[in-house]
Write a protein that binds this ligand. Structure first.
Ligand code: NAG
Ligand code: NAG
Ligand code: NAG
Ligand code: NAG
Ligand code: NAG
Ligand code: NAG
Ligand code: NAG
Ligand code: NAG
Ligand code: NAG
Ligand code: NAG
Ligand code: NAG
Ligand code: NAG
Ligand code: CU
Length: 609
């Protein structure tokens, strides 16, 4: 009697979209050992002791297939406190492994070990990992490469080779000293001395020619470049001379492919591009360049990092021709302040939105939030002098609150019901005082401070508008949300108009990402669902759910009842300096009713404060 239903449920439960990774036969567990140690590195003729993972800069890549469990055993052999973050990994029910210090965990102290343990579900492409405490991510970062499931293909031409290209920032001084001094004086921090490609600044800097990344290619092939911006404080333009790139993925979400000679990538973003090499050996070498897109008023490292695209010489030519006799072509990049380029580029990015990889844009909204983001000031402590604007200290805020990190982790406080005195749940839905956000700045630029969060019931559909302010100058901020991807449904310059702008929202195929460069002097509208339907159940659970759903008709409109998205999710500017100044906040998403909609208990080795 239940036969047809039984079969339907077996089939549904077996569909890959619904497969729970750990129970699928082709998924596996990948183990990594990360030893955080000091090691001496020389760049630009300056030798510095840096913190690195296993003595590598950039750190080792994490390679996994969609559906795999990853366990990274991290041991801290340095004096500093450490945490690592798996940037963009959604951490379903595993928020204890997310990593931001004092948000989801206390730091791993010197001599301690912590095992990060999570499963990668419903994501494929490039992400990255980095330290998430103070400015330690300056040297503690590396790629996360998520391959499609076994036997699954890319929705684009199979590349001949895949190469991570990770941008970083090199400081001759210790970045910890740089930020600590800035926070003390209230001034903007000293800027970096170079940008790097795969840890190497390249030939355009003094004393750096030998530290140049070379991408050796064969003619007539397609390469997949996995671009990652791990720089601390700078958006970057990137281009390869005489080669067009095809963007196919961003933040581990497939995009509608589009061709471009130049791309823009903010800290926290990743972009996969296809590079088709020339059909035959070109007798030329090509520079690839990256340099910043600058919108702020402060000091900036405006230098350019370069790598070389080098065609392997045909065998017959090897002796007779020297690569150094070849002409070297240089790409041209937009002006440092080319905001039009940024806006046009952003408009071209669309989700693939295919049947297999749908764009599940929330069509209805339960809760609307309007957050101003930008800089501000804090008063100078009595009897000291400060070097920020007008003798104050630089600060930054969301809805005028400069977020103060607690001395214990928010997630522990939440989980054990000990939030009293740790955080408030009164984070404002709108700016406390409306003003002309992108007009003449108000006279009072002071921010308020606190540890305040938004609490969302399980399964809330959220619309969040981020509005840049002109206080101390407009600026593009790369906002990053932990635990979720959001859809970028609209953006524009000036002040957001809640009456006119929603009509222009793209609810069909907007790009889905975890980090957005909010427009300088403008706004961006994001939507996300505070759960993650349909991909987090064992076969057994899915089968039972399917039966119960159909027998009792719990769900008639296709809305999800399963799954969870529980935890404390940090949201912050991915310019490390702005995060340090307080441009950060957190969302608490409550447990759902069902047992599989709840955060798992903390692992036994979770570090203590
Ligand atoms: C992948 O394909 C191979 C060969 O076609 C097959 O033997 C294997 O069972 C497949 N694996 C999965 C998980 O589908
Ligand atoms: C780094 O170099 C300094 C100075 O030469 C030396 O004292 C130190 O032992 C080196 N550190 C490591 C980890 O090799
Ligand atoms: C990782 O987490 C899973 C799910 O909580 C658990 O079953 C497993 O034992 C953990 N593995 C390790 C090595 O801690
Ligand atoms: C490369 O581009 C430059 C400038 O656009 C052009 O002058 C040159 O002919 C091109 N060279 C090759 C080998 O593609
Ligand atoms: C490169 O140089 C070789 C030797 O001069 C020549 O035979 C070949 O046609 C050149 N290739 C191109 C693409 O210019
Ligand atoms: C970079 O900044 C320096 C000093 O602030 C300035 O002299 C130089 O012209 C700038 N370079 C570019 C490419 O804007
Ligand atoms: C960009 O900078 C140039 C000078 O370097 C200036 O002339 C131009 O007005 C600036 N453009 C914008 C959009 O700010
Ligand atoms: C500031 O300095 C004055 C004079 O030296 C002293 O009387 C006062 O106590 C100091 N205030 C604080 C807060 O340190
Ligand atoms: C600095 O103070 C002066 C005089 O009080 C004021 O006119 C100016 O707007 C202030 N500037 C900033 C950036 O706060
Ligand atoms: C806000 O300021 C801008 C720039 O000064 C101005 O063009 C605009 O009219 C102002 N808007 C309102 C509502 O006052
Ligand atoms: C919570 O709010 C109260 C009242 O405004 C304030 O006194 C307290 O400092 C706040 N606590 C935190 C952790 O921000
Ligand atoms: C490391 O973190 C612990 C817990 O928050 C704190 O008590 C300690 O002072 C920190 N140590 C260092 C070196 O920052
Ligand atoms: Cu910012």
């Amino acid at each position: 009697m239940a036969c047809p239903l039984f079969i339907v449920c077996v089939v549904l439960a077996l569909l890959p979209e619904f497969a729970f990774a750990a129970s699928a036969s082709d998924s596996s567990t990948r183990h990594y050992t990360f030893n955080i140690k000091l090691h001496n590195v020389t760049r630009l003729c300056h030798t510095r002791s840096i913190m690195s993972v296993n003595g590598q800069l950039p750190g080792p890549p994490i390679v996994a297939r969609e559906g795999d469990r990853v366990i990274i055993k991290v041991t801290n052999h340095v004096p500093n406190n450490i945490t690592l973050h798996w940037h963009g990994v959604r951490q379903l029910r595993s928020g204890w492994a997310d990593g931001p210090a004092y948000v989801t965990q206390c730091p791993i102290q010197s001599g301690q070990t912590y095992k990060y343990n999570f499963t990668i579900i419903g994501q494929r492409g490039t992400l990255f990992w980095h330290a998430h405490i103070s400015w330690l991510r300056a040297t503690l970062y590396g790629p996360i490469i998520i391959l499609p499931k076994r036997n699954d293909t890319y929705p684009f031409e199979k590349p001949y080779k895949e190469v991570p290209i990770i941008f970083g920032e090199w400081f001759n001084a210790d970045p910890e000293a740089v930020i600590s001094q800035a926070l003390q004086t209230g001034a903007g921090p000293n800027v970096s001395d170079a940008y790097t490609i795969n840890g190497l600044p390249g030939p355009l800097y003094n004393c750096s020619k030998k530290d140049t990344f070379k991408l050796k290619v064969k003619p007539g092939k397609t390469y997949l470049l996995r671009l990652i911006n791990a720089a601390l404080n700078d958006d970057l333009f990137f281009s390869i001379a005489n080669h067009t790139l095809t963007i196919v993925e961003a933040d581990a979400i497939y995009t509608k492919p589009f061709d471009t000679d130049i791309l823009l990538i903010t800290p926290g973003q990743t972009t996969n591009v296809l590079l088709k090499t020339k059909p035959s050996y070109p007798n030329a070498t090509y520079l690839m360049l990256a340099r910043p897109y600058v919108t702020g008023q402060g000091a900036v490292d405006n230098s350019t990092t370069a790598g070389i695209l080098e065609y392997e010489q045909p065998l017959s030519n090897q002796s007779s021709f020297k690569i150094k006799n070849h002409p070297l072509f240089k790409p041209s990049l937009p002006a440092l302040n080319d905001t039009n380029f940024a806006a046009n580029f952003s408009k071209k990015l669309r989700s693939l939105a295919s049947n297999k990889f749908p764009a599940n844009v929330p069509q209805n909204v339960d809760r609307r939030f309007f957050f101003t983001i930008g800089l501000g000031t804090n008063p100078c402590p009595k009897n000291t002098t400060c070097q920020g604007p007008n003798g104050t200290k630089f600060a930054a805020s969301v809805n005028n609150i400069s977020f103060v990190l607690p001395s214990t982790a928010l997630l522990q406080a939440h989980y054990f019901g000990q939030s009293n005195g740790v955080y408030n749940t009164t984070f404002p839905t709108n700016p406390p005082i409306p003003f002309n956000y992108t007009g003449n700045p108000p006279n009072n630029t002071m921010v308020s401070s606190g540890t305040d969060v938004v609490v969302l019931p399980f399964n809330t559909s959220v619309e969040l508008v981020l509005q840049d302010t002109s206080i101390l100058g407009v600026e593009s901020h790369p906002l990053h949300l932990h635990g979720f991807n959001f859809f970028i449904v609209g953006e524009g310059f000036g002040n957001y108009d809640p009456n006119k702008d929603p009509a222009k929202f793209n609810l069909i195929d907007p790009i889905e990402r975890n980090t957005i460069g909010a427009p300088s002097g403008g706004w961006v509208a994001l939507r996300f669902l505070a759960d993650n339907p349909g991909r987090f159940k064992t076969f057994h659970q899915k089968f039972l759910l399917c039966l119960s759903v159909h027998i009792f008709s719990f769900v008639t409109d296709g809305s999800p009842v399963e799954n969870t998205y529980t935890g404390v999710w940090f949201m912050h500017c991915h310019f490390e300096v702005h995060t340090s100044w307080g441009l950060r906040m957190a969302w608490i998403v409550l447990d759902g009713q069902q047992s599989n909609q709840k955060l798992l208990p903390p692992p036994s080795d979770l570090p203590k404060c």
